[in-house]
Design a protein around this ligand. Structure first.
Ligand code: BGC
Length: 739
């Protein structure tokens, strides 16, 4: 037999093996992967590591991609969705290629597939892990019905610079909160059994310190100590790894001169060595191809070699692996064992996804019809939206009185479906999105009236438009001003250097406020904006973020008091851009800031030091009194945990939910520790007049810290235990750690 006949015979055996694999015991799975690997040419191996973005059917490049799939040089496709399309493409892989290996079919499902939930940052504001997990569940049920088997989510980049457009995709500034959110989202996507056709592989991103980009400029490099990387940027990724996430995507940028995708220390020593991660690592979009631009690789071959050796298994859209690996191996510059290890991981993931048994994972147009955009899914999106809004200010305007029937809805965002959906809304349809105008109209019903006028565009308003808006306000009983950012002013490649309301919206707001009606400003935005002047003037401010498909009804219910505001800020809101970076984990200084401003202290000569709205902040329609933290012991021995109790009283006239937050600080540490760092919280529902005591626990791991990049531990001595409604309003007690 010639070599090629031999290979064909082997392929036939493998196909037969796959046909019977539905009954194969799990312990046989690796054997199947090994057997397959042993049959592959180096070109086929390189093909398995090639992750390609699909283009629409009508584009000329579409044919090129399908040809590549057929020749076995595509291991995974992304930007691919729709049962019909995914089946057509997968069919090429499993019928036309020599080894009939199915492809990973991936998509960026950032905050919902067709039923769009609030943006990830907005979801983080819910501080509600069950709701966040459920949002991913809905998104994954929809995506898998459409043939997607891997989701490029969650983004867990700790974000402390709202100039960075991608803060909208993340979980905010707290590594601890982002870690909890990451776990919830991974659970929601992957479920307990990856083989189940409505679960998908989750790809957490962007491993490294993408969120630390300098000046908020996307993709920019930074110089970060390895200890700070461990303490601040890596905890959410470690939590995702522990939660069993199956894929990591490396960050575009470099943290210490070495672009993440060639940082073997991070991709292999930390990720696989320290954390025991066994899944796949992918590069970000064309990140390998861009290495020569970083000045750390000579050409495409050098880039491919460096990235693969560092631990990047999949090459997303650089086509560097598929082009260069065969020659690198033949020339003896790359050990084939390194290639094999990467291919092995990719094949194992395919096996774990059940792709060898059913490459389509049951995705059919019929299932799409049944499982996408159902009433229950829309209800979940609305519930999540209601939980994500943050009430920043309320002089008593909200909720509107029941006799408010004629509401002026003014501003460019009150009836803009795309801006209600937010950035990167997958298959979300603006024409299926309920805007604030629609929500208010429905809520006010018969006998109610919404007087809507946009008052200009986000980018610009004329004096006439503003005058017309003021006129509308005068004719109303109450005014809702819907202002903020357009959906595409945040997201990837959407950094901003100014964070006020864009265009002439500030002028519009001032003019309308001068009409003197009870007015709430509803801010739509992907990031914290600098709202100082609004905060001075507006009687009420509600942060709506970008609330998704059901944003309109959710907002209307909140404004009318059918539901209580429940959100708390996952990022600090600055007074001005000049205060950035500003966050609750500030390090201490020998010259702390004082109010009023005192010379030779940290801070600014022209502005107070504090935030406009601190991390964890959010009002409700009632008010709470927080008692001091009480410990069940004064000293904590090794292995013990202490219980902190806080009594909370609802002394308002409505029911509501308080979020008791726990911050810790080792008073004396080997390396300076943040003044406070979030280490727990509890949400408690309280009826008007009710008091409840909330208990939180503190253990060594909670006040332990990174002394160096490799040494995590606690220092004996006093630990400040702080509790309260937000990071800037805490009461403190002290626990002594005496191991
Ligand atoms: C983004 C990733 C995304 C990828 C694929 C990149 O530009 O940084 O977050 O998953 O594209 O769409």
């Amino acid at each position: 037999m010639t070599a090629s006949v031999l290979r064909l015979a082997a392929a036939a055996c493998l196909a037969a093996a796959f046909a019977s694999s539905a009954t194969a015991a799990p312990e046989d799975r690796n054997a199947r992967v090994e057997e397959l690997l042993s049959q592959m040419t180096i070109e086929e191996k390189a093909g398995q590591l090639n992750f390609v973005s699909i283009v629409p059917v009508l584009e000329p490049a579409y044919e090129d991609v399908t040809r590549r799939i057929a020749e076995g040089s595509v291991g995974g496709l992304f930007n691919v969705y729709g049962a019909e399309q995914t089946r057509t493409l997968q069919e090429i892989a499993v019928t036309k290629t020599r080894l009939k290996i199915p492809m990973i079919l991936a998509m960026d499902v950032i905050h919902g597939y067709r039923t769009v939930f609030p943006t990830p940052l907005a979801q983080a504001a819910s501080w509600d892990m069950a709701a966040i997990e459920n949002a991913e569940r809905v998104a994954t049920v929809e995506s898998t019905a459409a043939g997607v088997n891997m989701i490029f989510t969650p983004m867990l980049d700790v974000s402390r610079d709202p100039r960075w457009g991608r803060v909208v995709e993340g979980a905010g500034e707290s590594p601890w909160l982002a870690a909890r959110i990451g776990e919830a989202r991974v659970r929601g996507i992957q479920g307990a059994d990856l083989k189940k056709p409505d679960n998908a592989a989750s790809c957490v991103k962007h491993f490294g310190a993408n969120g630390a980009v300098e000046g908020g400029r996307d993709y920019s490099a930074l110089d970060l100590s390895p200890r700070a990387l461990k303490a601040t940027y890596l905890p959410p990724f470690e939590a995702a790894s522990r939660a069993g996430v199956r894929c990591f995507m490396g960050a575009f940028n470099a943290t210490d001169g070495r672009p993440t995708i060639t940082n073997r220390h991070l991709l292999t020593d930390v990720l696989r060595g320290e954390w025991g991660f066994t899944g796949v690592v992918t590069s970000d979009f064309q990140a390998i191809k861009e290495l020569p631009d970083h000045g750390t690789a000579a050409d495409l071959a050098d880039s491919a070699q460096q990235a693969l050796v560092a631990g990047a298994d999949l090459d997303m859209e650089s086509r560097a692996y598929v082009k260069e690996i065969p020659e690198l191996v033949r020339a003896g510059k790359l050990d084939v064992a390194v290639v094999d290890e990467a291919v092995r991981r990719v094949l194992r993931l395919k096996d774990d996804l059940g792709l060898f048994e059913d490459p389509y994972r049951g995705a059919t147009p019929d299932r799409e019809k049944r499982e996408i955009f159902t009433d229950a899914q829309k209800a979940a999106a609305q519930d999540m939206a209601e939980k994500s809004f943050v009430l920043l200010k309320n002089d008593g305007v909200l909720p509107f009185a029941p006799d408010v029937k004629r509401v002026a809805l003014i501003g460019p965002l009150g009836d803009s479906a795309a801006d209600t959906l937010g950035p990167w809304a997958a298959r979300g349809e603006p024409n299926e999105t309920e805007t604030l105008k629609q929500g208010l109209e429905r809520r006010l019903g018969e006998g109610g009236e919404v007087l809507a006028t946009h008052g200009g565009a986000v980018e610009d308003s004329t004096d006439e438009e503003i005058a017309a808006a003021v006129e509308t306000a005068r004719r109303s009983q109450a005014v809702v001003l819907a202002v903020g950012e357009r959906f595409n002013q945040s997201g990837e490649s959407a950094a901003r250097s100014e964070l006020g309301l864009p265009g002439h919206q500030e002028k519009l707001v001032r003019a309308v406020l001068a009409a003197g009606k009870p007015t709430v400003v509803v801010v739509f935005a992907g990031r914290p904006l600098a709202l100082s002047s609004l905060a001075e003037r507006a009687p009420a401010i509600l942060y709506a973020w970008q609330p998704g498909t059901m944003g309109g009804p959710a907002l209307a219910r909140l404004l009318m008091g059918d539901v209580e505001p429940k959100g708390r800020l996952p990022m600090t809101f600055p007074r001005s851009v000049g205060q950035i970076p500003i966050h609750h984990e500030a390090l201490p200084t020998g010259r702390p800031a004082e109010t009023p401003i005192k010379p030779f202290t940290t801070g600014y000569g022209d502005s107070t030091y504090g935030a406009l709205y601190p991390f964890g902040y959010g009002l409700t329609y009632t008010s709470f009194a927080f008692g001091p933290p009480k410990l069940d012991r004064e000293r904590l021995a090794k292995g013990e945990s202490a219980v902190v109790s806080v009594a909370v009283r609802n002394h308002g006239r409505r029911d509501g939910e308080a979020v008791v937050q726990l911050y810790l600080r080792p008073k004396v540490a080997e390396v300076s520790q943040p003044m406070r760092t979030l280490r727990g919280f509890a949400r408690v529902a309280l009826k008007a007049g009710e008091t409840k005591t909330v208990e939180l626990t503190v253990a060594e791991k909670d006040f332990g810290y990174w002394k160096s990049e490799t040494d995590f531990g606690a220092t004996p001595g006093p630990i400040e235990v702080m509790t309260g409604p937000d990071a800037a309003n805490v009461q403190t007690t002290t626990l002594t750690y005496a191991p």
